[in-house]
Design a binder for this molecule. Structure first.
Ligand code: GAR
Length: 204
């Protein structure tokens, strides 16, 4: 069977991208193959990680577009030119519109650093600390046109400790992200994920 071609969208450090690349090396991604990385920001560490792994790395700089739809169209063209079967948002800090998502139903996923639906949007770790929750975590979900609102594929919980800072909490969540995201991609590639409305089941 042909591998599932995965394109990863990034905006920054790319530690989640690295977890996917590493999982590719060890075989933990199963039938999925990372075939390209696209950043909306030039010069970020994630692009260096892609280059070091020998994966095609491109930039579609959102600042070059006056309108969101034009950026989404250009981004989609790059994703399609890489022959993507699955698009993974791994620290990609732009909201995608229907312009991008049309034709990609259930083929775009995102990792978010909270237990959604709590704390969507930016600075989820700071939001959790500010609210005072005792447990937070991370979520892998399908992407729809809302803000972190698509059907949930998988979640992992971590404790919030009394002396946590944003940085310490972020590190604890990231460790779980690096486990959860490759596992979700492998499950999708193996056909082990079935969505029925908002409910997503893992089938064997
Ligand atoms: C990760 O914590 C990811 O969940 C978060 O950005 C970080 C990227 O780290 N994404 C969002 O907040 C999306 N709303 P990375 O670049 O090292 O993978």
């Amino acid at each position: 069977m042909a591998p599932m071609r995965v394109v990863v969208l990034v905006s920054g450090g790319g530690t989640n991208l690295q977890s996917l690349l590493d999982a590719g090396w060890t075989g933990a991604l199963g039938a999925a193959e990372i075939v390209g990385v696209i950043s909306n920001k030039p010069g970020v560490r994630a692009l260096e990680r892609a280059a070091a792994a020998g994966v095609a790395a491109r930039v579609v700089d959102h600042r070059g577009f006056a309108e969101r739809a034009a950026f989404d169209s250009a981004l989609k063209a790059e994703v399609q030119s890489l022959g993507a079967d699955l698009v993974v948002l791994a620290g990609f800090m732009r909201v995608l519109t229907e312009t991008f998502l049309a034709g990609f139903e259930d083929r775009v996923i995102n990792i978010h650093p909270s237990l959604l639906p709590a704390f969507p949007g930016v600075k989820a770790q700071a939001q959790a600390l500010h609210y005072g929750v005792k447990i937070t975590g991370c979520t892998v979900h399908f992407v729809d046109a809302g803000l972190d609102s698509g059907a949930i594929i998988s979640q992992a919980a971590v404790p919030v400790l009394d002396d946590d800072t944003e940085e310490s909490l972020q590190a604890r969540i990231l460790a779980e992200e690096h486990r959860l995201l490759p596992a979700a991609v492998a499950d999708l590639a193996a056909g082990r994920v079935r969505r029925e409305g908002r409910r997503v089941h893992r089938v064997l």
